[in-house]
Design a protein around this ligand. Structure first.
Ligand code: NAD
Length: 390
């Protein structure tokens, strides 16, 4: 039987002035199937309460910290209790929070990078598998319809054997020591105790890594990396350049930067096959460019029937007709939508639609952490080329 009610969402993080928590709240409610009912929104309990008031939540469901949230939610009747929690705190908190909610029987949606290190990532993978709970990871760029179209084209063989992948994520917002001004998002991202062993590579390099593997279905096997900290006194990398090898023999280039002045969120990917190539830009996400030898560039435009015919996943991820741009919020909502449909099926003890299973999961999170680890190992090593661990 279908589950005919809204899913009850809780949130950890996303307090006053936070960035991504509010994006989660907007994305989760976009399709009307999820309702935020509880939270421990801030590291400061007073601010958590303030956020709850601003969101108009029942004050009894706004908690001082996540441990209190687990304890008190478990005391509620199952019909009131949250179904899942979204973890939107800085990286160092992802693992303990996700672990404790899973162990208490809740489903989890978690921000990236999934954990603080590989050890935690592997432990979380075991907990997720053992718990049989639904676990989603916010590599939100895989939620774009044209990324799904690209995935279906590449994996469907339209490009022929893949020879080369170029993927970039340049930003410029950390080109000055912004963290010394008290800037909230810059402060923890440049602090190894909160961000992890990598800065820029962990924060946005992992998105590029995830996008390359999602679209191509290939796995990075070897990395030759060069991480740099350009801003004096900064404790983590703010720029990184990697050569990649993939498991089919394809070669790749991945670069991520937070000191590339003038760049905003320039995530983009080029995939070159033996027959064709394609190109996608996050800042112009409604278009996918397909190129072939001795022919004009094809521009595939989101919302058209020819896109739906080639990629049912892209059609499912589309809300507006062509020419009305969809972007960041919609892609984010697509991750929530698939996660929620899968969770609804789980709660109703039915099988989810196959297309609903298309959202990043704990295995992608482990790949991300292994990627960071290998980039750091390569940067430090004299030999440079480093095997990505499994
Ligand atoms: P932020 O600094 O804007 O907000 C973090 C929030 O978490 C703050 O409200 C803080 O008080 C709260 N917090 C910290 N520890 C907490 C705890 N133990 N319990 C409850 N609340 C706690 O950070 P942000 O930029 O929103 O980033 C948060 C996370 O989201 C990071 O892991 C980041 O990598 C990720 N992120 C992902 C994307 C994406 O596109 N998927 C974009 C931005 C950030």
């Amino acid at each position: 039987m279908k589950l005919n009610r809204k899913l009850r969402m809780g949130m950890v993080g996303g307090g006053p002035g936070a960035f991504i928590g509010e994006v989660h709240r907007k994305a989760a409610r976009m399709d009307g199937g999820i309702e935020l009912v509880a939270g421990a929104f801030d590291i400061n309990p007073r601010k958590s309460k303030q956020m709850g008031r601003e969101l108009g939540l029942n004050p009894k469901r706004v908690y001082r910290n996540y441990k209190e949230m687990i304890e008190r939610e478990l005391k509620l009747p199952e019909s009131d209790r949250i179904d899942f929690v979204s973890v939107t705190t800085p990286n160092n908190w992802h693992f303990p929070i996700a672990r404790d909610f899973l162990n208490a029987g809740f489903h989890v949606m978690c921000e990236k990078p999934m954990t603080f290190n590989v050890k935690e990532a592997k432990a979380l993978q075991k907990i997720v598998k053992r718990s049989r709970k639904v676990f989603g990871l916010l590599h939100n760029y895989t939620g774009y319809p044209m990324v799904k179209l690209a995935r279906d084209m590449v994996r469907g063989g339209d490009l022929g054997k893949i020879r080369k992948i170029v993927v970039q994520y340049p930003q410029g917002w950390l080109s000055t020591p912004l963290e010394r001004t008290g800037h909230m998002q810059a402060s923890w991202r440049t602090d190894p105790k909160q961000s992890g062993a990598a800065g820029c590579m962990g924060d946005i390099g992992t998105h590029a890594e995830n996008l390359s593997e999602y679209i191509t279905g290939l796995k990075i096997t070897n990395i030759c990396a060069d991480l740099t900290t350009f801003v004096k006194g900064r404790r983590l990398d703010d720029d990184g350049n990697c050569l990649l090898r993939f498991n089919n023999g394809a070669r790749g280039i991945l670069h991520a930067s937070q000191v590339s002045i003038g760049e905003e969120n320039g995530l983009a990917i080029w995939v070159y096959g033996e027959a064709k190539s394609l190109e996608w830009h996050q800042e112009h996400p409604n278009y996918l460019y397909v190129k072939e030898p001795n022919g004009p560039v094809q521009v595939w435009s989101r919302g058209n029937e020819y896109v739906a015919a080639r990629s049912p996943a892209a059609a499912r991820a589309t809300r507006l007709p062509f020419g009305h741009p969809e972007a960041f919020f919609e892609a984010f909502a697509n991750i929530y939508c698939n996660f929620a449909d899968t969770l609804r099926a789980r709660l109703a003890r039915t099988k989810p639609d196959k297309l609903a299973l298309d959202f990043p999961n704990v295995d992608d999170g482990v790949r991300g952490m292994l990627f960071i680890d290998s980039v750091l190992a390569s940067t430090k090593s004299k030999q440079k080329w480093t095997k990505m661990k499994k």
